[in-house]
Design a protein around this ligand. Sequence first.
Ligand code: ADP
Length: 497
Amino acid sequence: MVTPLTCRNFIHGEWLASSDGSCLNSYNPANRSEVVAVFPRSTLADVNRAVASAREAYQRWRLVPAPARAEYIYRVGELLGKYKEELALLICREMGKPLVEARGDVQEGIDCAFYSAGEGRRLFGQTTPSEMPNKMAMTVRTPVGVCALITPWNFPVAIPCWKAMPALVCGNTIILKPAEDTPACATKLIEIFAEAGLPAGVVNLVHGVGEEVGQALVEHPDVNLVSFTGSSQTGSVVGEICGRMHKRVCLEMGGKNAQIVMDDADLDLAVDGAIWGAFGTTGQRCTATSRLILHRDIKSKFTQMFQERAEQLKLGAGDQGDTDIGPIINAKQLQRVCEYIDIARSEGAQVLLGGEVVQTGHLQQGYFFPPTILDGVTPDMRVAREEIFGPVVALMEVSSFTEAIAILNNTNYGLSSSIYTRDVNLAFAAMRDIEAGITYINGPTIGAEVHLPFGGVKQTGNGHREAGSTSIDIFTEWKTVYVDFSGCLQRAQIDNR
Ligand code: ADP
């Protein structure tokens, strides 16, 4: 039995237990009896302390030149490289994804560090002529202030990095509130930020229950910005509070992503994409493929090829070398997946593969659910419209490109999308007509790169884009500056007419 790790909050450069000493456990989803970490169930007092620490540090941090702030983030990137394997193994144990994917999670953090740090020497504004003589005008970016970063468990390193790194380079101070399922990953990440030498109070970590400390951070009057990734349900709560308080808020929520396969597609390639898109990370990505929209002329061939490949996928713990599909994160999520299978059956869909919790051998110690294919799914069914967040994919038949696009768009979400076709005209029409923040041509719905904007339309988000150069739009305010060197009062729109 491995000894559980002890995690603490990180406030003003100190590692602290919760103010009342209470704790929670995180578990290995591949072996539910294994406690991975014991972490603080933080209180309102802890939240207040962290916000005060971030507020105080902000007054100095905002004055550190941006290229100097970025130097710390370069150092975080180097340290993430040094600890990559250790962190990846921790992700496997606490979150459950296969080791290769866990390494990818850390690599995304490294990529984000170097990309975000580069912004320290850009953060461009504009200069523009004034309409008056002897006067100039410009725009500069200023930090927003204290940022609360509320993150999910599915990318326990990459998502906090996506938020923290640009926030810090832009001159904000941060409080990370990680998911209850992955506190050890967050703790190791913040240890790395601490080792990089960031001044006390610039980076803070508060563990605990979302409805308690997460919401307390959102409601705190001294938190200027909330960046949230998680369920649509929680995102609505966060968005409502921030709306009421006129607070900056960036929401990244659910998806119901689809891959279209046209009759002229390279079917081997399309099957490769569908297997990775639907079952990679056990379907627990916000960009996972949860619908396959198949042209009727290739549907039966594609389905046969897809099913054969899905049957061969191996379930297991993330740190076992040959695992393709890790466990589902926790009991609640497993139950939700089961409920959706019942809903699918009751609505008339057929379960072609999977559909039952795995209860054999050592896999019964964890939350394992096999790759599941639902056939005969029609647009009105709930499994065609609602996010499931598990290794479940719905097959939908169409007879034309126009119908495929209409079905793809028939959801409240709009995160990722994909089309497999060899017809360049259809590819360009799809790029234009698909309602989503991300569209892949001849690639699966998953696979975002950090230097490109990430986010969705409709109810997936609230108009922001993380990653890429657009991330600095989230974490800065524009200031417009006029410099009048005429020595006299010049009235715009009046004195020059
Ligand atoms: P999931 O269902 O995928 O776990 P959640 O949206 O519940 O997604 O959780 C995402 C993050 O939001 C987690 O860090 C969680 O603790 C936090 N959270 C949950 N409820 C609230 C809330 N009411 N206010 C703020 N944060 C919350």
